[in-house]
Design a binder for this molecule. Sequence first.
Ligand code: AMP
Length: 223
Amino acid sequence: MTLRIVLLGAPGAGKGTQAQRLAAAHGLVHISTGDMFRAHLKQGTELGQRVQNYLNSGRLVPDDLTCAIVTDRLVQPDCAQGYILDGFPRSAPQAEALDAFFADNGQKLDVAVDIAVADEDIVDRLSARRSCPACGAIYNLKYGPSKRGGLCDRENCSGELILRDDDREETIRKRLQVYHQTTAPVIGYYGNQGILKTVDATGLTPDDVFARIEEILCGLKGA
Ligand code: AMP
């Protein structure tokens, strides 16, 4: 069965982790707009330069740029086997643009899964996150610290762990505010279409959340 899934949820709700696991389990292409923008930033492309300020301040990249990068990706041949959208759509116009793409290409979305986590839990989680700038490893002071304190404990690394700018408390709060203003209407949009499923992830481990999403997908196959 070809699955097309949208994962919704605030920054830090665990969309990326779940999207990776779901992609591996179901042979789906994982499309993360955040990862795509960060890759452009790293490579210093023209698009990277245009989106830099938005990413660094936690604001949304304008809809036209974002929709173009996604629809360009969705027409690639590997997407024919199904995909999981992580971090898109994040505004009502983006959701409408995605529906217009589906209408033009004879496709439809199977389900939108909202991973719901309380804001205070998210601030708590992300402000305790530490990243290794050398190898990209992610730690959490509370839930998964490095065994070597402020240094990365991956073999042959020993990078000095940092708090990423966008994981600072004031940036997290800004991103949550943006989320509630512009992304929450997307939840209503899919609710109205009857394809929204909510997983209340407060207090759940990533394994528990994954199991809940798998149950939802099983329900779709049986439908
Ligand atoms: P993420 O890793 O998904 O939290 O995305 C990181 C940043 O990329 C966001 O804070 C936005 O600046 C930008 N971004 C990612 N996805 C979108 C989107 N669908 N619409 C607009 N901006 C986005």
